[in-house]
Ligand binder design. Structure first.
Ligand SMILES: Cc1ncc(COP(=O)(O)O)c(C=O)c1O
Length: 386
């Protein structure tokens, strides 16, 4: 059978490792899963109640394609009050997770050959999605010693015509968080070059140590070329409910709504009512999830130091520790081979740095509970001693 030429993109590396881990677990094996990018927490009762009420009230037919108006309104309001953004209901689209928002945007904007700037280490799906729509990923590397952030001098060196910049703030897998000043400079540069900025902000609620979070939607002078991606997945611990948002100029929302009407029809109505309940309790739920994740991050760092004698740099946000393989006393830096061996021989799931555009690293998630984290790290140490 001949499939379309756009298919040779690769499956998500994180989801592939996670599915392998889940398969082994389903067979009754003990699996140490440090691969899943999700806060492993029970849903807040208000979220469950929101879903139950919707079901009992029969709010289970097709919702409006752009999302239920109450949720669009609440999401725009939440962005305005939390981050000082300019979005209103008409600038808000409800999607099947943040991922579909990015998918639809790239589908809407990319023409074959269009260059999309992606900052490495990057979220695994960006280059693959760009390729899916005929675009060309233009990868720009950052380094651990500069906090994994892109500098203006590096951006200014780019000579080719870039159509889109995907900026992930706060970042998976590095936890990098940009300051207002840094964002102002990046957005100013993008505007001058006529570049559309897709600011993926799905980890905005998981910024630690009391640090401030600045949204790219809080620069009104950049309204015409900045689009923000949000999600209920991470800071509400709602990964399985599949609710995300795109915040953009109204004409962009209209085009994406049309794409959504011919693809997903929108996300589940029940999930949308649950997401509305989450937003109504945001000031209670987000700090609780954040606090739990911050504690897990600290336990991970402490346990790693005890087992491996190295204090890793502490990520400022998100759910991941991006570990240089030399800190595991490995003599090689083939992350794919190492992660394959780990899952096959020791039932430990880590994601290879190569999938994020950073060979020589592995990504561990600290979304699991403290016991699971400690036992998993212990299992890594035992495997490496063999
Ligand atoms: C950086 C980043 N963006 C977007 C997503 C998509 O999240 P969701 O589709 O669950 O909203 C993820 C999920 O891991 C992510 O890490």
């Amino acid at each position: 059978m001949q499939f379309s030429s756009s298919i040779p993109i690769e499956p998500s590396a994180t989801l592939t490792i996670n599915s392998k881990a889940l398969e082994k677990k389903a067979r009754g094996e003990r699996v140490y899963n440090l691969s899943a990018g999700e806060p492993m927490l029970a849903p807040h009762p208000a979220i469950v109640e929101g879903a139950l009420q919707a079901m009992h009230a029969g709010k289970t037919l097709y919702p409006p394609v752009a999302g239920i108006p109450e949720l669009r309104q609440a999401a725009a309001q939440w962005m305005r009050t939390t981050y000082g953004t300019w979005f209103e209901q008409k600038n808000t689209l409800v999607t099947c997770g943040g991922k579909f928002g990015i998918f639809a945007l790239l589908e809407a904007y990319l023409q074959p050959g269009d260059e999309t700037l992606i900052i490495a280490p990057y979220w695994v799906s960006y280059p693959q999605l760009v390729k899916l729509f005929g675009g060309v990923p233009r990868i720009i590397q950052t380094e651990e010693k500069s906090g994994w952030k892109i500098s203006m001098s590096e951006l200014k060196k780019i000579e080719t015509k870039i159509k889109i910049l995907i900026l992930n703030n706060a970042a998976n897998p590095t936890g990098a968080v940009y300051t207002r000043e840094e964002l102002k400079n990046i957005l100013g540069w993008a505007k001058e070059k006529n570049i559309i900025v897709i600011s993926d902000e799905v980890y905005s609620g998981l910024v630690y140590d009391g640090a401030e979070y600045v949204s790219c939607g809080s620069f009104p002078e950049h309204q015409d070329h900045v689009i923000v991606i949000q999600s209920c997945s991470k800071h509400f611990a709602m990964t399985g409910w599949r609710v995300g948002f795109v915040f953009a100029p109204e004409e962009v929302i209209k085009v994406l709504t049309m794409l959504q009407s011919q693809s997903t029809t929108g996300t589940s109505s029940i999930s949308q009512w649950a997401a509305l309940a989450a937003l109504e309790h945001a000031t209670e739920i987000i700090p609780t999830v954040r606090q739990a994740m911050e504690q897990r991050r600290d336990i991970f760092i402490k346990t790693f130091a005890q087992l491996f004698g190295i204090t890793l740099s502490v990520p400022a946000s998100a759910l991941y520790i991006f570990i240089a393989m030399r800190h595991l006393q490995l003599t090689h830096s083939d992350s794919v081979q190492f992660c394959r061996e780990l899952i096959e021989k020791a039932n430990i799931a880590l994601v290879p740095g190569a999938a994020f555009g950073a060979e020589g690293y592995v990504r561990a998630s600290f979304g699991a509970d403290a016991n699971e984290l400690c036992e998993s790290l212990q299992a890594v140490a035992v495997y490496l001693q063999k």
